[in-house]
Design a protein around this ligand. Structure first.
Ligand code: SF4
Ligand code: SF4
Length: 268
């Protein structure tokens, strides 16, 4: 999720576990304040997009068009939005302000919350559970290392509010790991990739797709779940990832109405 700005500058990507300890501090008075907000590569998770677009009071399509560019999830054809930097020399984050730093601080992406930790997860075929991994990223411009409090990675995650992000992104991560486990010789049609993009990232469009197309003539969704999905982006994302699991992998418990005949389809 995190790519260092200048690989020559990178001193140590030290592999860590949840209980590994590291010493780090960061505050507005440091000489390096906001240097980490330039020359960035930040992929946005579904939870990031929900929080930022709601903070900015924007429709998801408007947010994606204005603040992101297309990317792909590592080793897959799955699309992912990448935060678009300003077109200045420093490739500055569009949310950086001179005086106050991050203008969306309480909605900042998971990658920014993790920093200076890089985080990832991979599917281990031989193990029952998927494996998380973390790395300590030391870049020359960042003066916070070896200062302040010593903490475990788990404590840092809690302190940065990352547990909530994991819960919201769980279905999306499951889809990515499932896709990876199929290997490189399986291909997903473009139309399905477009559905993946809409359902994971462009949630306001997905909501219109559910409620304003023939979707509900085809899929049987309980009334109380539908009511939540109308108002609540997180409930909608939860349904969206379950629907994608059914569409992409034929798995899960999204029900199809009995009267739907074979070959019946809905247009996206
Ligand atoms: S979102 Fe905020 S914390 Fe993250 S790079 Fe941009 S300004 Fe910095
Ligand atoms: S200490 Fe590191 S993370 Fe904090 S402002 Fe400086 S460069 Fe950014």
């Amino acid at each position: 999720m995190y790519a260092p700005k200048d690989k020559k500058e990178l001193i140590t990507p030290v592999r860590l576990g949840l209980q590994s300890r590291f010493t780090f501090t960061c505050d507005k008075d440091m000489a390096c304040f906001t240097k980490c907000c330039r020359d960035i590569y930040i992929i946005l998770t579904p939870c990031d997009i929900i929080r930022i677009k709601n903070k900015l009071e924007m429709d998801s399509a408007e947010f994606l068009a204005g603040f992101t560019r297309p990317g792909k999830i590592d080793n897959t054809e799955l699309p992912v939005p990448v935060l678009k930097t300003l077109e200045d020399e420093d490739k500055t984050c569009p949310f950086l302000t001179k005086e106050e730093g991050c203008s969306i601080y309480d909605a900042r992406p998971a990658t920014c919350r993790y920093y200076p930790i890089g985080a990832g997860i991979f599917h281990n075929k031989d193990e029952a559970a998927d494996e998380r991994f973390f790395a300590l990223i030391k870049e020359g411009h960042c003066l916070g290392h070896d200062l302040g409090e010593e903490r475990t990675v788990a404590e840092w995650r809690t302190n940065q509010g990352l547990d909530d992000y994991d819960d919201v992104n769980a279905g999306w991560i499951e889809l990515i790991l499932k896709r990876k486990s199929l290997g490189p010789f399986v291909t997903i049609p473009d139309k399905t990739l477009q559905m993946f993009f809409m359902a994971c990232y462009n949630l306001d469009a997905f909501r219109r797709f559910v409620f304003e197309s023939r979707f509900l003539d085809v899929f049987d969704v309980p009334e109380d779940q539908l009511n939540k999905m109308k108002e609540d982006d997180i409930a909608l994302l939860d349904f969206a990832t379950k629907w994608l699991k059914k569409t992409l992998f034929g798995e899960g418990d999204i029900a199809i109405k009995e009267k739907v005949v074979e070959g019946d389809s809905i247009e996206t």
